[in-house]
Design a binder for this molecule. Structure first.
Ligand code: ZN
Ligand code: ZN
Length: 348
């Protein structure tokens, strides 16, 4: 904070708050906010009805409760003087503007300039949490043959997968993408009532939150019966690209460099126009966080960084494929946290 020139951080309910205190709080219109001055003791402002939960969670700072008719922004303004305040990147706009009105002399910047520098470098304990999340989502992919069959709708399959994500040890399923046939050519298709047809490739991208807050995210592409030859031709290219990228992870390689390794293989094979998104995103207490693995990022990879490597090829109107692993960067190279087979799995 001192280096960034910030006098105070204002961290509202969410994953930054969980990262700093172990308490996530409830994201509602009622203000929950960790006030973290650079030179004074921090305190947590919570609505009176959240006070027992905050205290029980063992937050390591003073808890200041406000009553329904109090103005929590004025309460913060009375206790803190600041010229520059770092505001939680995910604070709701109505709360940001209320702070601006209550603390008119405090210029607002993103707290993320401080927080993401910490969060993107995982501690050994956080790395273990991500390993456990990776193993849990791997167990779901390993059982995909139990649910993914021709004649069922994407939605039916997705409901079974969501239940399995929880059975595998997550506290909740965050997203389930089941994209069959032409739907697979839309990278963020979710699910629909479409009945899966024999011979269709199906992109399955799933993730959840573990009880300790860390997230999983893994994509595998399946085929229900023998897939079209055109699909197998580009799947082989995609697999080669994803393997090259996961194998290349090491400290000092830039995010742009890692993106280019896969993009060049896919482009040389003639599919460059069909790889329409970045290679990946960091993961931790959020599914998408720094560092982003994108072609305009000069950010160098460092030990402790964890991110997805998920190239895809999408043929508009026909089908698509994506292969996604979470990779942890270590001094010696990349450690894949998802280990189910990457070759296309043909389910009957
Ligand atoms: Zn994913
Ligand atoms: Zn992802």
């Amino acid at each position: 904070m001192a280096e960034a020139g910030l006098d105070v951080l204002l961290i509202s309910a969410g994953t930054d708050l969980r990262y700093l205190t172990g308490y996530e709080g409830m994201r509602t219109e009622r203000l929950v906010c960790l006030v973290l001055p650079v030179l004074a003791e921090p305190f947590l402002v919570v609505p009176r009805l959240e006070e027992p939960g905050a205290v029980a969670s063992g937050v390591p700072v003073e808890v200041v409760a406000w009553d329904e008719t109090d103005d929590p922004y004025a309460l913060v303004a009375r206790r803190v003087t600041a010229k520059r305040a770092g505001v939680d990147n995910h604070m709701w706009a109505e709360q940001v503007l209320a702070f601006r009105a209550a603390m008119p002399s405090a210029g607002q910047e993103l707290a993320g300039t401080v927080l993401s520098e910490l969060r993107m470098r995982k501690t050994p304990q956080e790395a273990d949490s991500l390993r456990a999340a990776g193993a849990a989502i791997d167990r779901v992919h390993a059982s995909m043959g139990d649910w993914l069959r021709a004649g069922r709708t994407e939605s039916e399959v997705a409901r079974d997968i969501a239940d399995a994500i929880v059975r595998a040890g997550h506290s909740r399923a965050d997203f389930v993408i089941v994209a069959a046939g032409p739907n697979g050519s839309s990278p963020h298709h979710e699910v629909s009532g479409r009945v899966i047809q024999p011979g269709e490739p199906v992109v399955v991208d799933i993730g959840g939150t573990m009880p300790d807050g860390y997230r999983s995210d893994c994509t595998r592409t399946y085929s229900v019966g023998e897939p079209p030859a055109a699909f197998l031709a580009y799947y082989e290219v995609l697999l080669r690209a994803q393997r090259a990228q996961t194998g290349a992870v090491r400290p000092g390689l830039t995010a742009a460099g890692l993106d280019a390794i896969g993009r060049e293989i896919i482009t040389e094979a003639g599919y460059g126009a069909y790889f329409v998104h970045r290679t990946g995103h960091g993961i931790g207490l959020d599914t998408h966080e720094e560092p982003y693995i994108v072609s305009n990022s000069g950010r160098e990879l460092e030990p402790g960084m964890a991110f997805s490597v998920e190239p895809g090829i999408y043929l508009p109107g026909e089908h698509g494929a994506r292969i996604e692993d979470i990779v942890l960067c270590a001094q010696s190279g990349g450690e894949r946290l998802n280990l189910t087979q990457r070759e296309v799995r043909i389910l009957e």
